[in-house]
Design a binder for this molecule. Structure first.
Ligand SMILES: *[C@@H]1O[C@H](CO)[C@@H](O)[C@H](O)[C@H]1NC(C)=O
Length: 399
């Protein structure tokens, strides 16, 4: 294909997306979201095309096209930013410059990116960490972790857990001047998944004496047993995160074998032996009426046991925190969950809220009626400031 044809194709595709992204009326700054959607669609389509030609793995192309988002660890007038390792996991630390007479809050942050993309160095991640450190006068630790497709579950989980355990050592907290009674964890999207998973793991870990006071889960992904939830149905093509991209991320978390992705997309991946797990993710019983409206519950279609034997990760509670039973959930710390109306992951978060509340955990749930996936961290949108304010004010009252 000639360069001109290629250019024509790209411009044509961009143009088509520009005109055909229908957005609901309550979206603030819709033209910005259309531009962002166009940009994301162009990148993912290009990456799919390159993959189809057999040149490079989809995720590697997307990653390559997005590396320019990285910024060096630069201190500013308010916050000292450094890079180090916690238990051999690379992290970025954000320490407020102003003097403090007392110990500070500590916040352990896990970035999103579908277990495949992103890093503590990404502009959006760096900005959020820096802002939070300054506004909350807290020590923020922004962790990295190994990513798919090179690394699969449980590497991502283990890296985050190892870094967290390092941070929770008394000598490390002393070094940063962190109050062991005021430590929270925060994650968005796949980072919210990892935050929820490591928070569960920490509860019964006899090696860690210092525990978390709060967990903040921003549009977290919490299960991959059922992708036929109302939020998946309603937002399957909504920018920033389509159903197909989310399913691709999930399957890449476990394997590069595309047969898992295909089974997941059609909701035919859970074997009948695991049917007892469906009660933990049953939207028909776990969603409030408002979110079920107009939808009928389809009983699961069972998949082959082969797939689940090969990739048991997708049925593992460390990958799908919604699969924890009530006796485990009961012990979780004070929780903040943010969900967005226009997000395939909306119902994961809402079902977790229901389950945590039933288990007796104190939960604050902010549901954003005009929110979309990524609204908390993506630069340039007014909504980001509103959501960030809501979360930071919750932290300042509860952490
Ligand atoms: C899900 O919940 C509904 C009722 O709310 C029930 O009828 C259905 O059998 C449940 N399905 C599974 C697989 O647990």
């Amino acid at each position: 294909m000639g360069r001109k044809t290629m250019l024509f194709l790209i411009v044509g595709v961009l143009g088509a997306y520009y005109f055909y992204t229908p957005l609901p009326d309550n979206i603030e700054e819709p033209w910005k979201l259309v531009l962002l959607a166009t940009y994301i669609n162009a990148i993912t389509d290009l990456a799919l095309f390159v993959e189809l030609l057999g040149i490079s793995h989809f995720i590697n192309t997307v990653n390559f096209l997005m590396t320019f988002q990285e910024v060096p660890p630069t201190s500013d007038e308010n916050v000292i930013v450094m890079e180090t390792t916690f238990n051999s996991v690379p992290v970025r630390t954000y320490v407020p410059k102003r003097k403090s007479q007392t110990l500070r809050r500590g916040l352990f942050y896990i970035h999103g990116g579908g277990w495949c993309l992103g890093s503590a160095a990404w502009f959006d991640t760096d900005f959020l960490s820096r802002q939070t450190a300054e506004r909350l006068d807290a020590i923020v630790i922004s962790t990295n972790y190994r990513l798919a497709p090179k690394h699969h579950f449980p590497n991502q989980f283990e890296d985050v857990y190892n870094a967290l355990k390092w941070f929770l050592r008394q000598d490390v907290l002393d070094k940063y001047g962190v109050d062991p009674e005021r430590i929270g964890i925060l994650g968005d999207s796949a980072g919210g998944n990892l935050a929820a998973a490591v928070t569960q793991q920490l509860i019964d870990d006899p090696d860690v004496k210092i525990k978390l006071k709060t967990q903040s889960l921003i549009y977290p992904a919490l299960q991959i047993l059922d992708v036929d939830l109302p939020s998946y149905r309603e937002n399957s093509h909504f920018p920033v995160l389509s159903k197909s991209l989310m399913v691709r991320f999930w399957s890449e978390y476990f394997t590069t074998d595309r047969s898992l992705e295909n089974a997941m997309f059609f909701n035919q991946h859970v074997p009948v032996e695991s049917s007892h797990l469906f009660k933990f993710v049953n939207w028909s019983s776990l969603l409030p009426e408002k979110f079920k409206k107009g939808h009928f519950y389809n009983s699961p279609t069972y998949g082959s046991s082969e797939l689940a034997k090969k990739y048991p990760g997708f049925l593992d509670v460390r990958a799908a925190p919604l699969l924890a039973d009530d006796s485990k959930l009961h012990k979780l710390p004070l929780t903040y969950v943010l969900t967005c109306q226009y997000d395939v992951l909306r119902d994961d978060g809402i079902m977790y809220v229901t389950r945590l509340q039933k288990a007796g955990v104190r939960v604050t749930h902010d549901h954003i009626e005009d929110g979309f996936h990524g609204a908390v961290s993506i630069q340039g949108f007014k909504i980001r400031y509103r959501l960030e304010n809501q979360h930071v004010s919750w932290l300042s009252q509860n952490l």
